[in-house]
Write a protein that binds this ligand. Sequence first.
Ligand SMILES: Cc1ncc(COP(=O)(O)O)c(C=O)c1O
Length: 477
Amino acid sequence: MDPLGGSADPLAVLDVAAAAARGFLADLDGSPAAPPGVDAAASAFAGEPLPGVGVGATRALEELLEHGVPAATRSAGGKFFHFVTGGGTPAALAADWLASAIDQNSFSWVSSPLGSRAERVALGWLKELFELPAEWGGVLTTGATMANFTALAAARRWWAAEHGRDLDEEGWSGLPALPVISSGYVHSSAVKALAMLGVGRASVRRLAADPTGRLDLAAFEAALEGLRGRPTLVIATAGEVNAGDFDPIAEMAELAHRHHAWLHVDGAFGLFARVSTLARQLAEGVAAADSVAADGHKWLNVPYDCGFAFVRDPELMHGTFALTGAPYLPTGTDERPSFGDRGPEASRRARALAVWATLKAYGRDGYREMVDRHVELARRVGEQVAAAPDLELLAPVRLNVIAFRFRPSGLSEQQLDDLNRRLGAAVLADGRVYFGTTHYRGCVAFRPAISNWRTTEQDADLIVTVTRELGARLVVS
Ligand SMILES: Cc1ncc(COP(=O)(O)O)c(C=O)c1O
């Protein structure tokens, strides 16, 4: 029975969706990153009043397929280099479908022993993958923003306890401002998390040595000394978004702990350097941190949305997120944890199933091979950029991001910025590949990032080919 009546076989829509998904995914490797007209096609979803009488599940799904699929960027495909975007591995995608079908509420052991057990195993495997201590606490979140939020909430709890206060019970009243030190690499999502935690965006001191944002280590040490042992929060970034660079995490951990500071590492995608044989030295020292955040929907290649937070002292995760004063809710224990007590959501989908399935399917070796392949592809693109007379590589390729700009001769810096801005818009409109502009080292630059399991050499080569072709057109026009 269709829950709202009327359909002979209410589950027939699942076959329709599966067939359409198969077709979409089969075409993905041959598709541009954004087929022409995606933006216009999306306007089918506008202005329609709420139906009084519904059209039924089959018709609704048909409409979604008819108008939705042409409007979809092929962000799941190998030519989408904008932001840092992963695809869904087949195992992760299938498990994610299953998570929706069995629809487990993974907030507690009672509501879903499966979701809870799978999450415990998945978190344990992730710790193994990233070589983090097994005894650290962890939780799956919707992404790195909420993983930053979760980990920084634990840091905030520690900091208040150092002042003799339970901030989660008592609030801020009477507490001093919480000092936060970072480099210019700090990601906007970590800053957003600080705002959500009431710490405030303006609390962050960014100690940058140069216009890239690289940490000024001497200034960092001096700032910690200046705080004279007052508890402090330090945020390091493993993999900054413009060029994939890393803060010196091992040095920061040593100094932070010498000066009574908590070190949080935002490794949304950079944490995966620890899986690589080619780039693992970049993420040295992460295991000495007090907390770590990363994304699943980036380099782990599980479907949106998924992230994970790890905290050295598991006890600190409960303070902010415990569901208290509701006798009908089960209390988590070490043996039967309630993951809803460790992160921001109470009710939550079983995103552990996709993480479990992809790690089970491809294992440590599969991920090592994929991450190394992406690092090699990024280096290959970096070499192509360096060899092209009209392109400029703006930073060494350290991981999976290539920072560069179009630089034909004879133009002023301002003209180059204007040209690269227009070229950025042209790349997106062209759609064969997809990547955006940023501001890096004081100029407008591109920052394609390679993190999709589907990306091939041919896909990656398009970055330079398309940029030069469209750039040359703009110069003559
Ligand atoms: C370093 C860093 N931190 C945090 C985030 C936020 O991740 P999400 O969008 O998954 O919340 C990103 C996203 O690009 C990132 O690169």
